[in-house]
Design a protein around this ligand. Structure first.
Ligand code: AMP
Length: 114
């Protein structure tokens, strides 16, 4: 999608700090970290958010989920644990309309989710 900043990050048009990449997904550091480790994982195919997740093929969906697992392991978060957040739409406070999972970790996070 031409105007999508995450599509531009995936294509390399906008720079990012890459953490992980495979056929289905791309992971990069969040510009405005909310935890000691804050990385975004995005499917390479543009879909708006989870409300459009069924537009992804089964392979793309599974690849996206596996990329979250692989990214967390690469970051060394799998032992101590981490949080995954996916905002959707206005009430979910989503600001970038390309499906993404926030991986937050590197410290004991608050028990509050909102
Ligand atoms: P959300 O509010 O769930 O849509 O999250 C969007 C996230 O994208 C925010 O945490 C932003 O800090 C992050 N973000 C926006 N632009 C960039 C960028 N160019 N590089 C890395 N992270 C970005």
């Amino acid at each position: 999608m031409d105007s999508c900043i995450f599509c531009k990050i995936i294509s390399g048009e906008i720079p990012s700090t890459k953490v992980y990449e495979d056929e289905y997904a791309y992971a990069f550091k969040d510009l405005n970290p909310q935890a000691p480790v804050h990385v975004l994982v995005v499917p390479k195919r543009h879909v708006k958010n989870l409300t459009e997740a069924s537009k992804l093929s089964d392979n793309e969906s599974a690849g996206f989920l596996r990329a979250v697992e692989n990214t967390a392991r690469l970051l060394g978060l799998d032992e101590g644990g981490y949080r995954v957040i996916m905002n959707a739409g206005e009430n979910g406070a989503q600001t970038v309309m390309h499906l993404h999972a926030h991986i937050l970790g590197g410290a004991k996070l608050s028990e509050k989710m909102a």
